[in-house]
Design a protein around this ligand. Sequence first.
Ligand code: SAH
Ligand code: SF4
Ligand code: F3S
Length: 472
Amino acid sequence: MAKSTKTIDSTEIRRQIELCGKLREKLRSDERRLLAMVDTYGCQQNEADSEKIRGYLAEMGFGFTQDEFSADIIVVNTCAVREHAEMRVLGNVGALNHTKKARPDQIICVCGCMVQQEHMARKIKMSYPIVDLVFGPHELWRFPELLLEVLVRHKRVFATEKDDGSVAEGIPLRRDGKVKAWLSIMYGCNNFCSYCIVPYVRGRERSRQPEDIVREAEQLVAEGYKDITLLGQNVNSYGKDLDRGVDFADLLRMIDAIPGDFLIRFMTSHPKDATEKLFKTMAECEKCARHLHLPVQSGNDRILKVMNRNYDSATYIKKLELARSYMPDLVVTTDIIVGFPGETDEEFNDTLKLCEKVRFDAMFTFIYSKRVGTPAASMPDPYTREEKQAHFDALTETANRISGEKHREYEGKTVRVLVDGETGRDEYNLSSRTNGGRLVHLKGDPSLIGQFIKVRITASNTWALYGETENG
Ligand code: SAH
Ligand code: SF4
Ligand code: F3S
């Protein structure tokens, strides 16, 4: 059993599902089906949480809409990772004034990482009176109970207490797609990188029991999902809080052993915990995608130290060399922050040098954003926004050039892809992904969606590859 992980008893979740039935009665309208809109910001973890919110809403009898005027309930699932994300959320929540004026019976809920910060919960309370319910990630499992409270007591409800978090099994899920699925294997983060808000809003690392994860994966395969992404802020520390002797590599093997034709992806890995055992396991597991998203954040050792990342650039490069020795065709992507407090031109240049050396297939680049309550927020930050922007532009140029060059290497080759959707355009109407996760546009019949097929790559640019199906 879990050593330090708080679990929500399954009877508690069953009680929440029963409450959904009560809500269904209470909300029932004879004229029409009630509709819900769930608006999600932030990372895949939040997407996965929104699938649970939709699961509960479906149990309550709601249908779904993307139109805020036709929605009877709106749930905004927020992100706090950068200021820009918060600004977008606040702008969009503010805009709901119009819809609520048009229909005062509308229920507006704001949940997720942003409101788990005390100052943001307060801001919503004081400045956004249209919001009826606010709850943080730790309270998601009891969303039905909280909503019932809003409806019965006709009061605004705020549930954003500080908490280390828990693991709850059995929450109903309503998944977005039919081909690709998210599978959370753990929650929270213990790393406290000095710039990052996530550990404060998502609590401590908690792993789900391996059996629960394998069961969910089996179900996904049985339902026909072909691409399963295992989610966690740092999947490499999976299992450390459980007394089970199962680490992330072991878990990969357990999922790989499920019969069927499907791909296993995962994100995110922290470089400090990426081990040879993981690389060897990836190489040996036939279903494990040859893709590693390994955020480096910076190429300079002083910056990495003050970021509290616990590795240096040489260690990072060595780990990637090791990974590539096991998987020569490995696709490597990363995250980088520019303009960390005090980062000089020379220190930034080390990041550029690292990128030239590693040659990432794709890079997600961010300008440092100050987060209230993190150690970096009180570090001297003498450089101007313009100086940081210049570094950001230089990095983007390098990233785009290298991606373009890497993509060109695919031209003329035949690769296996999973067709995952339609693009809405005539010429290349289907989108697909290679085993390594590169985007391939092609022309073909929509019945190919959900199938693995061979395509010949005929063209490419920085962002995507273009291909033809083997038989024309
Ligand atoms: N757990 C993941 C990352 C989650 S946040 C990991 O450690 O790899 C996703 C990315 O956002 C981070 O990798 C980082 O590059 C970026 N990020 C996090 N906090 C930030 C901040 N305060 N300012 C700018 N970028 C940030
Ligand atoms: Fe944030 Fe670092 Fe945790 Fe990633 S590992 S979520 S960057 S604290
Ligand atoms: Fe944002 Fe929370 Fe994810 S802060 S990036 S939604 S964990």
